[in-house]
Design a protein around this ligand. Structure first.
Ligand SMILES: [Zn+2]
Length: 442
C-alpha cells in the first residue's frame, strides 16, 4: 500500500521513496513507491507535473551523477498500469496503491529490471500544483454557493492549465452567477479552514454533504470548507480559503438544459484583471471617457459608422449612375471605363437598370490594381447567344490583353490585373476586348 503523503499534506513538495514495483509493459515502464508526494489525478484535478530522480550509480553500471524521469501517467491498480488506461471510477476512488509511468527526458532507456528496491527523490512542480489546488477549492465553494442560493447541483467539473469548468443542472442567468460569485468570494476573504476527514459507510450517513459520489464505498474522504462546503473528494485543496485569492467566472454557456461556467482563481484571476484593466484604460483614453462610459461611446461610434455607410452608399449610387450615363456602346455592351470608382460602384453598375442590359466595367481598384467585370443576363444556352456574348470568353480576352486573371460564366465574369502603365492605355486595350467578336450585330 502506497503511503500517500499528499493526502495529509498537500504542501509536501518532495520526498524520498523506495521502488516496490517496477515493470515494463510494451515500451512503457511503470513503477510504484512505498511512499509518494505525486498526486495521481482525481476529483477533476489532473496528475501532477513531477520528476523522479535516481542516482545513476544505483541503476547503471559505473554510472555517475543523477538521472531524472518525468511522470507521464498514473494508475491506481496494476491492471490499469498494464492496460495503460485509467478506469473512470479511479478518478474518484481512493485506491491503495499508486503507479507511475515514467518517461525518459533523454535517450536513456529506463532499466525497469534494475529499479526495484532503489530509492529515488520525487519532486512536484509546486507552483502548478498550488494553482490547481486553489482552483479546485474555488470549485467547491462556488458549487456550494450556487446550490445554497439556487438549488442547482454541480454535475461535472474539469480543470486544465488555463481554466476550470463546472457544469450545473439548471439554467443560471447573469445575475444569479454574479450573486454566487460574490458569495463565494466573501467565503474566500473569510479565510475559512479547509480539511479532510475519513468516514465509513455508516459514519457518513450523519455527515451533511453537498455531494456524495454515488459509487463510492468503504473508507470515504470528505473535504470540508469550515462553515461552508462539504463533499466527498479525493483531490487536493488549499488549507485556508484565503489562499484562493479570487474566484472569477469569466464566461458561461447553456449546456444540456443546464449551465457551464468557466472560471479562474488566484494568480490567473489577478493576471486576467491586470490585462482587462489595461484594455479598459486604453479604451477609456481613446474615447476620453470613464470606464463606465465606454459602451455608450462604442454605440455612438457604431451609429456614426452606420450613418456614414448610408451616405457613402448614396454617393456610390450617384457616381455609378453618372458613369453609366457616359458609357460607350461597344459590341452590344454598355462599356464603363473609370479610374475614380472601386468595387462598390462597379457592382452597382452591373446591377442597375432594367431590360437586362449587357454591361462591362473597367476600373482602378483601391489597391492599385485594375478590375474588370462583364455581365450579360441574356446569355444562356437557351438564348442561343451563349457563345457570342459569353462573358467568360470576353474575360479571357481581357486577361490576355491586360495580363490579368479571372473568369466566370456566360452571364457573368470578372478579373483583376496588375497594370503598371497609364490607365488610358489600359482603357484602350479594354476596348480592344470587343474587337473582332462580331458582337455589334447582336
Ligand atoms: Zn475537491
Amino acid at each position: 500500500m502506497t503511503d500517500k503523503i499528499y493526502e495529509r499534506d498537500a504542501y509536501a513538495e518532495s520526498a524520498r521513496g523506495t521502488v516496490v514495483f517496477a515493470r515494463t509493459f510494451g515500451n512503457r515502464t511503470v513503477v510504484s513507491f512505498d511512499r509518494t508526494v505525486i498526486f495521481p489525478g482525481g476529483g477533476g484535478q489532473p496528475l501532477d507535473e513531477a520528476e523522479i530522480t535516481f542516482e545513476k550509480s544505483a541503476i547503471f553500471e559505473g554510472g555517475k551523477g543523477y538521472v531524472s524521469f518525468a511522470v507521464a501517467e498514473a494508475y491506481r491498480t496494476e491492471e490499469e498500469a498494464a492496460e495503460g488506461k485509467r478506469k473512470k471510477s479511479s478518478e474518484e476512488e481512493d485506491g491503495d496503491d499508486v503507479y507511475y509511468e515514467l518517461v525518459s527526458s533523454g535517450d536513456e532507456k529506463i532499466p525497469s529490471g534494475l529499479l526495484s528496491g532503489k530509492t529515488a527523490e520525487m519532486r512536484v512542480n509546486m507552483k502548478k500544483r498550488k494553482a490547481l489546488m486553489a482552483r479546485h477549492t474555488g470549485e467547491h465553494i462556488l458549487s456550494y454557493e450556487i446550490k445554497e442560493l439556487f438549488g442547482a447541483e454541480n454535475v461535472g467539473f474539469h480543470m486544465n492549465d488555463e481554466f476550470a469548468t463546472c457544469d450545473f443542472n439548471a439554467l443560471l442567468d447573469e445575475e444569479q452567477i454574479s450573486a454566487a460569485e460574490r458569495a463565494a468570494n466573501a467565503a474566500v476573504r473569510e479565510n475559512r479552514r479547509v480539511f479532510a476527514e475519513y468516514f465509513d459507510e455508516d459514519g457518513i450517513k450523519d455527515v451533511r454533504l453537498r455531494k456524495k459520489t454515488s459509487w463510492l464505498s468503504g473508507k470515504m474522504r470528505v473535504v470540508f470548507v469550515d462553515g461552508n462546503d462539504s463533499c466527498t473528494c479525493c483531490g487536493l485543496h488549499v488549507s485556508h480559503t484565503g489562499e484562493i485569492g479570487l474566484i472569477k467566472v469569466v464566461s458561461s454557456q447553456k449546456l444540456r438544459g443546464g449551465t457551464r461556467l468557466f472560471f479562474i482563481c488566484g494568480e490567473e484571476a489577478f493576471e486576467d484583471y491586470v490585462q482587462k484593466h489595461r484594455i479598459v484604460t486604453r479604451l477609456g483614453e481613446k474615447y476620453s471617457v470613464k470606464p463606465q462610459g465606454i459602451i455608450a461611446a462604442e454605440e455612438q461610434k457604431d451609429e456614426k459608422i452606420r450613418a456614414l455607410t448610408e451616405t457613402l452608399r448614396k454617393k456610390s449610387e450617384f457616381v455609378a449612375r453618372a458613369i453609366l450615363e457616359k458609357s460607350e456602346r461597344i459590341g452590344g455592351f454598355d462599356v464603363c471605363i473609370s479610374d475614380v470608382i472601386d468595387d462598390t460602384e462597379a457592382e452597382i453598375i452591373t446591377k442597375t437598370g432594367s431590360g437586362s442590359p449587357s454591361r462591362a466595367v473597367l476600373y482602378k481598384k483601391g489597391d492599385g490594381r485594375i478590375g474588370y467585370v462583364f455581365v450579360s443576363p441574356g446569355a444562356s444556352p437557351e438564348s442561343g447567344r451563349e457563345e457570342k456574348t459569353s462573358c467568360a470568353l470576353l474575360c479571357r480576352r481581357a486577361n490576355e490583353l491586360l495580363g490579368g486573371k479571372g473568369g466566370g460564366r456566360p452571364s457573368f465574369a470578372s478579373g483583376t490585373a496588375e497594370f503598371a502603365g497609364d490607365f488610358s492605355e489600359a482603357a484602350e486595350k479594354f476596348r480592344g476586348v470587343f474587337a473582332d467578336t462580331g458582337l455589334e450585330q447582336i
